[in-house]
Design a protein around this ligand. Structure first.
Ligand SMILES: [Zn+2]
Ligand SMILES: [Zn+2]
Length: 447
């Protein structure tokens, strides 16, 4: 038949159906239970709405709660439910975007008045109400100009930006409608709000429109949703437990360290109890260095600007360095890395081949500039002590040195109980030679 298409199902069977049949129709023809459990469909690798008419032969899979991919769609639909609730309660709000994330969803809102924790509760109740009304996620296509006009008329500057960025003139734009809430969105979505069974709004954070501090500040509401109340509860319990184990909380409770407002953010004060832990770790680490044939050195925290110009840090790393200090004899900068200092020690005396390899190790305190808003406990700071070493050797010794280096690092991580970790290795980029030291032969040998 000219207007029939072939749908291949995961069990290998094929159905011949009229063109325009939807995935939901197919699900119904298989079993009412499947039709009821269906959330979204997948044809030829793409996720689509259950109600999208199929217009050509396709492989079709109906996704239910058992499919992790369906959870992402479910959470994106949860974000739309959040936006719909916010618009019902606070109609003056302008909308950004609202995707699913690894652990839930968020939606960005622009509204001059900040949302309060009480607002969050109200929004959650409204979401519950809208879920009970089982409102469909209905898709429409609008001529681009009409869509732009509509959003512009409502002052939705962010939606207009997205339409202009992601569609071309003369294209039709994809709109999803949930009650009174219209969103420029490519979907797909679950069939209706009633499918969303378990959700929770978690917190509000500030975010600048397009990540630019000169733009209006948006309020990002985070939430999460799961297929069952049980999964949601166990997730919420997990974040509660993680909060109790947050190193910033423990650091305070156990009186290990602090960050002092008067001294500035990102600078760590080790208290006596934290200090003794640190001493034990440092003693152990220095012993490791000595056992493995390294020499220990100590180097200054500041150096003349000229050194950083010679080392290339001024050219390539300046945005991460503390600014210049002017002293009576020259300009100085805090050290962001120890490398140039170790090289100066190595170069200070004449070496013969028999002296190699020279391995210099240090627990070196470095200072790096971070924007004032991004500091986070001990994880993101402006001053920290790194265990750092540099090895000077002959080309013939390189392989052996690298092997022992990797073994050293693995042993240290293992001794501290880290048995799963990711390693990143930086090499060069042959297309961008001017940003790398060393010759091509050296890099070829190294990689
Ligand atoms: Zn969307
Ligand atoms: Zn280095």
């Amino acid at each position: 038949m000219a207007d029939s298409i072939h749908i291949k199902l995961p069990d290998g069977s094929t159905k011949e159906v009229p063109k325009g049949t939807t995935a939901l129709d197919v699900a119904k023809s298989i079993s009412p239970r499947l039709a009821d459990a269906a959330l979204v469909a997948k044809t030829n690798g793409d996720l689509i709405d259950l109600t999208r008419p199929l217009d050509r032969d396709a492989e079709l899979r109906i996704l239910t709660e058992k499919d992790p991919e369906a959870l992402e769609v479910y959470r994106h639909s949860s974000a739309h439910l959040l936006a719909a609730a916010v618009l019902e309660l606070f109609p003056e709000t302008k909308l950004g975007h609202g995707p699913a994330t690894d652990s839930g969803f968020f939606y960005d809102f622009y509204r001059p008045t900040p949302f309060t924790p009480e607002d969050l509760e109200k929004i959650e109740r409204k979401m519950q109400e809208l879920a009970q009304q089982n409102i469909p996620y209905a898709r429409e296509f609008l001529p681009r100009d009409e869509g732009l006009q509509k959003f512009k008329g409502e002052g939705d500057f962010m939606k207009c930006h997205y339409i202009e960025q992601f569609t071309k003139p003369d294209e039709k734009i994809s709109i999803y409608k949930t009650g009174n809430f219209l969103d420029f969105c490519r979907g797909p979505h679950i069939p209706s709000t009633g499918k969303i069974k378990a959700f929770k709004l978690l917190n509000i954070a500030g975010a600048y429109w397009l990540g630019d501090e000169k733009n209006p500040q948006l309020q990002r509401i985070y939430g999460t949703s799961f297929f069952s109340k049980k999964d949601l509860d166990s997730y919420l319990n997990q974040i509660e437990e993680a909060k109790k184990r947050d190193h910033r909380v423990l650091g305070k409770q156990l009186d290990l360290f602090s960050i002092q407002e008067l001294a500035g953010p990102g600078l760590i004060f080790w208290h006596p109890k934290g200090g003794i832990i640190r001493k034990e770790m440092e003693d152990w680490m220095r012993d490791q260095y000595l056992k493995r044939g390294y020499s220990l050195v100590y180097t200054p925290h500041v150096a003349r600007r000229q050194l950083w110009q010679t080392s290339g840090h001024e050219g390539y790393y300046a945005q991460n360095m503390f600014d210049v200090m002017e002293l009576d004899d020259a300009e100085y900068r805090m050290k962001p890395m120890n490398c140039p200092f170790h090289i100066l020690i190595y170069k200070d005396s004449l070496k013969s081949y028999r002296d190699l390899p020279v391995r210099l190790g240090e627990l070196g305190t470095v200072y790096r500039y971070e924007r004032s808003g991004v500091m986070h406990g001990l994880l993101r700071v402006r001053g920290f002590t790194q265990d750092d070493a540099h090895i000077f050797c002959t080309p013939e010794q390189v392989e052996q040195e690298i092997a022992s280096c990797v073994e050293f690092a693995n042993d240290v991580l293992k001794d501290f109980g880290f048995d799963q970790f990711q390693t990143e290795l930086s090499t060069w980029n042959p297309v961008d030679r001017k940003n790398f030291v060393g010759s091509e032969e050296q890099w070829n040998l190294a990689t």
